[in-house]
Design a protein around this ligand. Sequence first.
Ligand SMILES: Cc1cc2nc3c(=O)[nH]c(=O)nc-3n(C[C@H](O)[C@H](O)[C@H](O)COP(=O)(O)O)c2cc1C
Length: 247
Amino acid sequence: MSKKFRDFLKDSIRKTVDFSITDQSRGIKPPPAEKPCNPEDRRISLIKPGDWKSIHKVSVEAAIAQRKSRRSYTTEAINLEELSFLLWATQGLREKRSAVRNYRTVPSAGCRHALETYIAAFRVEGIPKAIYRYLPMSHQLVEVVKHKDLEDLLTQAALDQSFAGKSAVTFIWTTIPARMEWRYGRASYKVIALDAGHVGQSLYLACEAIGAGTCAIAAYDQEFADSILGIDGVEEFTIYMAPVGKV
Ligand SMILES: Cc1cc2nc3c(=O)[nH]c(=O)nc-3n(C[C@H](O)[C@H](O)[C@H](O)COP(=O)(O)O)c2cc1C
């Protein structure tokens, strides 16, 4: 196999970027920090940090020690508080300092946060079964689409890894690369993947704190996953998935 593909993992590409002509350097407005949605779209307000009653304190040490990939879940639902906690842990807003600097609970190269979080909610108390998108700025969900046989679609999207459709909720992360390209040009792609890894690990640890489990999924049907979410596969596309359920 060509060793050329290994270059993706290197940062040599940075030396080929003329940072004086990136969109940021040219004074072009950055893409929105959060994908906009229509005002008429149905939104669900999530429970804010500080108002959680059922999220018990678990030490970081315990969460790290227990963490493992869990592919088998009970049929129990998760509640809105638990879902709020998982979304906050993976993309929650920590501090909005300016239009271009919004700090989250996870790190991101250049603070660009080029990811969007979708969830296929199968069994979340009080939430109809559908695909939703997380809005970190307002800590809300926006309904994206209702599909028939959503569990089957998710299993198919995960290349028949059936646990993707047997979870209480399956996370699907997409990227909007333009958000990162605005600052880093073609040196954006490796750091987007690194960002996704941090998000995945936060989900693993947060799951351990609520008696749930998850398993990262990077083997999926790209075009099918994008079509379920109704995204174009160019300006926005799926990069990672993770089913979550009680264990
Ligand atoms: C980037 C990444 C992609 C993965 N993709 C899959 C996947 O598609 N299907 C799966 O069953 N497990 C997947 N896993 C889980 C790994 O198989 C698992 O982390 C590994 O076997 C070690 O087990 P542990 O997580 O319990 O320590 C993935 C893990 C990572 C980090």
